[in-house]
Design a protein around this ligand. Structure first.
Ligand code: E4P
Length: 220
């Protein structure tokens, strides 16, 4: 299972990449806006910086809502760097755009996916990734992880090559559940990555080993 960092913040990527566990990065217009990015030019600048820190796919989302506009933006965005994956929404316009850009050989991350039906459409079209939004489904009283598990099962049954990228991850248990469900990857905020590394018993153990070592050194 691969982990992607879910952020448009270059410093967060700088912080996480030395750990050696991040295979890629996902961004979206809200994450970009959080960093003060409000146009494609500054989005490009941030993404190019991120691409210097991560040797893997970086997902960049289109901002146009019509199929023609999405295709135009997708064709522009992929010219930025060979590792770019274009995020297209799970809408009628999004699927129409997806069909065009996939035919052009462009890698697509189907975003804002909330159902197996939507995932099936992206899988049939040939999206590289489909991103079911677990946290947002949970927020609405649905079982987000059950949707992930169902998509994994259906894709397996039909040998579909689209990878399931669990998104909208809110806490470490989501990561465990996504791994158990067979998701190919999960995209996680830096906070969740930090929480994954932490265990209070590890902290206690490290402190005790250091203390015992110091005591032994004094005796010698
Ligand atoms: C990533 O591809 C998604 O855009 C992101 O995980 C959405 O997360 P959110 O639901 O916390 O905004």
């Amino acid at each position: 299972m691969r982990l992607f960092l879910d952020t448009a913040n270059v410093e967060e990527v700088r912080q996480a990449s030395p750990l050696g566990v991040i295979s890629g990065v996902t961004t979206n217009p809200s994450l970009a806006a959080k960093e003060g990015i409000g146009d494609l030019g500054s989005y490009k600048a941030a993404v190019l910086e991120i691409l210097q820190l991560v040797d893997g796919p970086v997902s960049v989302e289109v901002t146009r809502l019509d199929a023609k506009g999405m295709v135009e933006q997708a064709l522009e965005i992929v010219r930025w760097h060979p590792n770019i994956v274009v995020k297209l929404p799970s809408t009628m316009e999004g699927f129409e755009a997806m069909a065009v850009v996939v035919r052009e050989g462009i890698k697509v991350n189907q975003t804002l996916c909330f159902s197996v039906n939507q995932a099936l459409l992206g899988g049939i079209i040939g999206a590289t990734y489909v991103s079911p939004f677990v946290g947002r489904l949970d927020d609405e009283g649905h079982d987000g992880m059950a949707v992930v598990a169902d998509i994994v099962e259906v894709f397996k049954r039909y040998n579909m090559s689209t990878q399931v990228l669990a998104a909208s991850i809110r806490h470490p248990l989501h990561v465990v559940a996504a791994a158990k469900a067979g998701a190919h990857a999960a995209t996680i905020p830096l906070k969740v990555l930090t929480q994954m590394a932490h265990h209070p018993l590890t902290d206690v153990g490290v402190a005790r080993f250091a203390q015992d070592w110091e005591r032994a050194k004094i005796k010698v």
